[in-house]
Design a protein around this ligand. Structure first.
Ligand code: SF4
Length: 343
């Protein structure tokens, strides 16, 4: 019971209790866990302990998910939820014509499960920057790309990022109905947006989005939007005017160029090379009957070491296959593209 935990902590922290007790990592974890999960309440003059409730818990990045391993975190990706860590694997690839060289894992990053994928790319580039040669291109999936990364990686590390940037995800764009962001004309100099109905925005606030990336929030007055005959196509809010969130000017232009480029056949051919990394991920999981899917160690440091050793084992298997002349397996064609090929 939660009250038992409090009694234990009070005993450990009481005057006269041995000092070393409160220095124990298990006691520190218990104390943090109890502070995060429970609160003391007084009901009818009696003190009791209550669960904080979902809305009063700390952010996922600091919330202890398991008392046995204070580093693991809750996370979710689409329908998948888990408690633990994330592992990010990079491998070398010389180009589409490269069928002669072994594809080796060049770097492994392990983080707690809440760290945004895009945050690890700079770490990978920093670690690879003392390698010779530093890769000129880095092929990444959409979870890792961002406008900032597309802009900064060529400057800070001389690496061109090749990866799809996320499309317009406004409700209006996704449902192909109503006015999405591209329906508005943005005047970056006067810091105003004009809507398809000819109204001009009132507020322009520079800040950051929920991922702490630079973002600009543009708002129209409620009194502007209230009488608008096209309101149903534009906003669902009954109380406020339309609101848009855009990236800063240089990033917005870059994203538009990147979205146009990723629709071309050239870009798709260039990016197709990344498909092979899925087999790397599969192989690390398979070799990891030794364990990347389920860590067998407690703590980030040991889990990361296990990931590095697994990557080294995969590299040895690949080097062996290369030395004895085993050809690379062909990339699997998923069911939908296979149907297109048949047609
Ligand atoms: S609801 Fe507001 S922003 Fe949208 S079209 Fe009408 S006036 Fe313009």
């Amino acid at each position: 019971m939660a009250s038992d935990g409090y009694r234990l902590l009070e005993a450990v922290l009481a005057e006269g209790a041995p000092g070393w007790l409160r220095e124990m990592p298990a006691v520190s974890t218990l104390r943090t866990l109890w502070l995060q999960q429970f609160t003391r309440v007084v009901t009818d003059g009696t003190e009791d302990v209550a669960w904080r409730g979902r809305d009063d818990l700390p952010p996922g990045g600091s919330l202890i998910a398991l008392p046995y391993d204070p580093h693991v975190r809750y996370s979710r990706k689409g329908e998948l939820t888990w408690i633990g860590y994330k592992v990010h694997v990079s491998e070398c690839f010389a180009g589409p014509e490269d069928t002669e060289q072994p594809h080796l894992i060049t770097h492994v990053v392990t983080t707690d499960a809440t760290v945004n994928d895009a945050k690890v790319v700079d770490t990978v580039h920093d670690r690879l920057s003392d390698k010779d040669p530093m890769p000129r291109e880095h092929l990444l999936d959409a979870g890792y790309t961002s406008a900032e990364l597309l802009m900064t990686a060529p400057v800070t590390h001389g690496v061109t990022i090749v990866g799809p940037v996320r499309g317009n995800r406004t409700r209006q764009f996704v449902r192909a109905e109503g006015y999405d962001k591209d329906s508005f004309t943005i005047d970056w100099d006067t810091k105003r947006a004009t809507c398809p109905n000819g109204a001009v925005s009132r507020y322009w606030t520079e800040g950051s989005d929920h991922n702490r990336r630079p973002a600009i929030r543009i708002r129209f007055l409620a009194t502007t939007c209230a009488p608008c005959p096209a309101r149903d196509k534009c906003t669902r809010s009954e109380l406020y005017g339309r609101q848009l969130t855009v990236r800063p000017r240089d990033q917005d232009a870059l994203l538009q160029r990147a979205r146009a480029e990723q629709d071309t056949a050239d870009w798709r051919t260039r990016y197709a090379a990344r498909a092979g990394v899925e087999s790397t991920i599969h192989q690390t999981v398979a070799v990891a009957a030794a364990g990347t899917r389920k860590t067998r160690y407690i703590g980030l440091a040991k889990t990361h070491l296990a990931h590095v050793l697994t990557a080294a084992a995969v590299n040895l298997i690949r080097l062996d296959a290369w030395w004895i002349g085993t050809p690379l397996a062909s990339t699997r064609t998923s069911h939908l593209p296979a149907l297109e090929l048949v047609a």
